[in-house]
Design a binder for this molecule. Structure first.
Ligand code: THU
Length: 130
């Protein structure tokens, strides 16, 4: 299985494809499933700002579109604008939808250029589920 550093590197590559012409805030993500498959995503903005899509949700959407049936175990997030680029609330809720369990890991680039790891439980306590 792919390791955290590789996952973060893939998120960094995906960040190169970000379409962030309005905010100039470039984000890439790489979502890893327990099948061993991974999917990339980048943020995609729109002139009608509120329609912009986050990198993480694009990565998870790609998984669904590709027919992924596994569960989300990790997601790496990279922004060329800042280290420790935390996922927004909407993306956290999306992660909860596809996560294997609340120990699912969110991997960020930390200050020392290593990985900072959080669990979904830490970032979305008492999340909504049906
Ligand atoms: N963005 C992401 O891609 N992921 C997040 O979790 C937070 C924000 C994007 C959306 C928008 O294109 C830009 O960052 C600035 O908000």
């Amino acid at each position: 299985m792919i390791d955290n550093t590789e996952l973060l590197n893939l998120a960094k590559k995906a960040c190169d494809n970000a379409y962030a012409r309005y905010s100039k805030f470039f984000v890439g993500a790489c979502a890893l499933y327990d099948s061993g498959n991974y999917y990339l995503g980048a943020n995609v903005e729109n002139a009608s700002y509120g329609l912009s899509l986050c990198a993480e949700r694009n990565a998870m959407s790609s998984a669904v579109a590709a027919g992924e049936k596994g569960k989300l175990i990790k997601i790496a997030i990279f922004s060329k604008n800042r280290t420790n680029c935390m996922p927004c609330g909407a993306c956290r809720q999306w992660m909860a939808e596809f996560a294997k369990d609340n120990h699912m890991q969110i991997i960020l680039e930390s200050e020392d250029e290593k990985c900072a790891i959080f669990t979904l439980e830490e970032l979305l306590p008492y999340g909504f589920m049906l």
